[in-house]
Design a protein around this ligand. Structure first.
Ligand code: P6P
Length: 351
């Protein structure tokens, strides 16, 4: 046994074992990664770290119940309700919303939340001394649950502007995306991954169900500057502005080049995640029926734009960076073009 220990500790003498050593490197859990990140910032108080850990906990609970959604009729059935968006609320939307609210309130680091499923923000009476507010879409793309397509949780974190020791206010939430302290999403698909950034790059953590831990699997994600994939609901094409129709024509041009691939799942987290890793552009343009687009600025486009810029890509509403938009309402919508820098530029400069 001693021999093996000595051999292993000197494996760098033997390239093959160096390779094996690299492949079998110690797993880094989300908690360890957060702790390491905090350690690198002596000024950090640990509050944001605690918040991120609690979002990770909420994700594990939602994941647990999503995986059995098909079996538990009581959860899968419609909630016979519609939310502030006028969208049918499935019970899993409500369940995910409640889990996130509970975990964030218990975390002690969050003084209030805003959610796609809540008409207005919720101030936590017992958390007036907490520094952060969190906005989230608890279960984006939930209409895909019944067909077992990927869905996701999207979150955005701001430092409060109102004084610590008081109830949070609407102004704490209505901040431009550039002010985010952290942002991320959880994608519940063929595996479950949490992807987040606190402004120092983007990292992805895949849930290992055998140990119940999110483990670092995609360090320092960088989106390719260009690609040949576009993602949109092309059924609305005739309703899109002229320049977007011209961009679609460019993508489909098979005379001067190979046509681009259209990839569209209809779940923003899934479409965004593919493009973040492999390159591509996601478009949700304005249409006659949705002149400001469909997607929400505060808890869909801002967090994704923050991640996308951190990963070297771009995010625009066609006129300005998503992250520079000064919000006026919690549930306001925005057109969004997000992904590989050169593709986004092509979209917004096509006249
Ligand atoms: P459409 C899901 O309902 C969602 O909010 C996003 O996840 C998704 O990108 C978009 O709407 C899909 O919209 O109009 O193509 O069905």
């Amino acid at each position: 046994m001693l021999f093996l220990q000595i051999f292993a500790s000197h494996s760098w003498y033997f390239p093959i074992f160096t390779h094996v050593k690299k492949k079998s490197m110690r797993l880094v859990t989300l908690d360890e990664f957060i702790a390491e990140n905090q350690y690198r910032h002596p000024e950090a108080t640990g509050e944001l770290s605690g918040l991120l850990r609690d979002i990770g906990l909420a994700a594990k609970i939602v994941n647990r119940d999503l995986s059995k959604a098909g079996l538990v009729d009581a959860i899968l059935g419609d909630a016979e309700k519609t939310n502030v968006q006028g969208e049918e609320v499935k019970k899993l939307d409500e369940f995910a919303n409640e889990i996130l609210i509970k975990c964030l309130q218990n975390s002690g680091e969050c003084c209030g939340i805003a959610s796609e499923e809540e008409d207005t923000f919720v101030a936590f009476e017992n958390r007036k001394n907490a520094k952060y507010v969190v906005l989230f879409d608890p279960l984006d793309g939930s209409s895909n649950i019944d067909v077992i397509a990927p869905v996701g949780t999207i979150f955005s974190v701001f430092r409060r502007k109102s004084p610590v020791g008081t109830l949070c206010t609407l102004e704490d939430f209505l901040q431009a995306g550039d002010q985010q302290a952290a942002a991320g999403y959880v994608i519940y698909g063929s595996s479950t991954m949490l992807v987040y950034s606190t402004g120092e790059g983007v990292n992805g953590f895949t849930l290992d169900p055998t140990i119940g831990e999110f483990c670092l699997s995609h360090a320092d994600i960088q989106t390719p500057k260009n690609a040949k994939t576009y993602s949109m609901n092309q059924g609305n094409c005739r309703d899109f502005p002229e320049n977007i129709q011209q961009f679609v024509d460019f993508c489909q041009d098979n005379v001067t080049k190979k046509p681009y691939s259209l990839r569209y799942i209809g779940s923003m987290v899934a479409d965004f995640h593919r493009n973040l890793l492999k390159g591509g552009v996601f478009l949700y343009p304005p249409t006659k029926s949705a002149p400001n687009g469909k997607l929400r600025l505060m808890y869909e486009c801002n967090p994704m734009a923050y991640l996308q810029e951190q990963a070297g890509g771009s995010a625009s509403n066609g006129g300005q960076r998503i992250l520079s938009i000064q919000p006026t309402e919690l549930h306001q919508r925005t057109p969004v073009y997000i992904g590989s820098e050169e593709l986004v530029n092509k979209v917004i400069h096509t006249k």
